[in-house]
Design a protein around this ligand. Sequence first.
Ligand SMILES: *Cc1c(COP(=O)(O)O)cnc(C)c1O
Length: 390
Amino acid sequence: MNAPFPSILPTYNRSDLRFLRGAGSWLIEADGRRFLDLTSGIAVNALGHAHPALVATLTEQAQALWHVSNLYRIPAQERLADLLVAHTYADTAFFTNSGTEAAELAIKMVRKYWHDQGTPRETILTFEGAFHGRSTGAIAAAGSEKMCKGFGPLMPGFKTLPWGDHDTLHAALDETVAAVMIEPVQGEGGIRPLPEQCLKGLRDLCNQTGALLVLDEVQCGMGRTGRLFAHEWAGVTPDIMLVAKGIGGGFPLGALLATARAASAMTAGTHGSTYGGNPLACAVGARVVEIMTEPGFLDSVSRKAGQFRQGLESLVASHPEIFEELRGAGLMLGLKCRKTNTDLVKAAQAELLLTVPAADNVVRLLPPLTITEDEIAEALTRLDRAAQSL
Ligand SMILES: *Cc1c(COP(=O)(O)O)cnc(C)c1O
């Protein structure tokens, strides 16, 4: 007899672990084992698991109202939008349920902007190693063989450039380009930060040619690098920014933030979402933004990032046969491995430490931003044992 087709579409290679509870930086397996979580649901549980303030906010909102259509005013949504506008360069926000949906809206917004200018521009420049989601638009934007193969015909309008190749970028970015879409720190691509000078230079080129600058901060944003958004380090601002993952602290929530100019063509009826901006997600999102912008929060992220980075530098130095280098910014760190990255992920898991692989043979370390100094020390001990076991 043939094995039955799995009841869950088998698009993931899952480990056998079943986590039933979470608390702070810890996940508790069904068998009771406690794992130190350096994945945060891939940069999602930015305030750790079951943060008491988020549990309270979600519970309170759940008792009042879960869902109401965007045909009506939604106070929690207005509150979150006002907070984001107050704390960023942006004039306006649209809320989604995921990063992919924010990327889709960015593509639409760019196209409609140029359409309404009366001088249509079609090309959006993107970069190798990029990840903007798994929709037809987002895979075409990233352009990787791995994500695109078999899903053609791909949506046209994207040109993927090599990462870190200034000459090719200069040659490609002319007055026909509608926008440039880039992650300030590539996540899935292997924790590859865009140097501050390059982001500044890219902003200048966009200003000279009129191209809109779209930053995908779905993974590197929301406090991950020690600033609310990663581009703040370079002192320049985008026209459009994609946000998701950390902003909901584990509740599905995404956002597109834009300047009034970039958003000018998006009038009533041009876009919508049934669930986007719902009261539950927005109440939690507003609480996350409030906590991250409390005095001292982002400083503590940078301080702990310094501690972690220092420990990881010596880990790399003491295991030169395992590690090639340490990469990243803030608490978005990557260990580039000499051997297979998934072997290290498995070895760490055996030490009850959770990490995530990324492209370019990198193991990602994305702890909750609320991780304590003791937990960082514990993580370093477990990583050292994992490296030794290899
Ligand atoms: C995860 C991710 C996305 C997609 O977000 P989803 O919520 O999975 O749709 C887009 N861009 C980046 C940089 C991401 O890391």
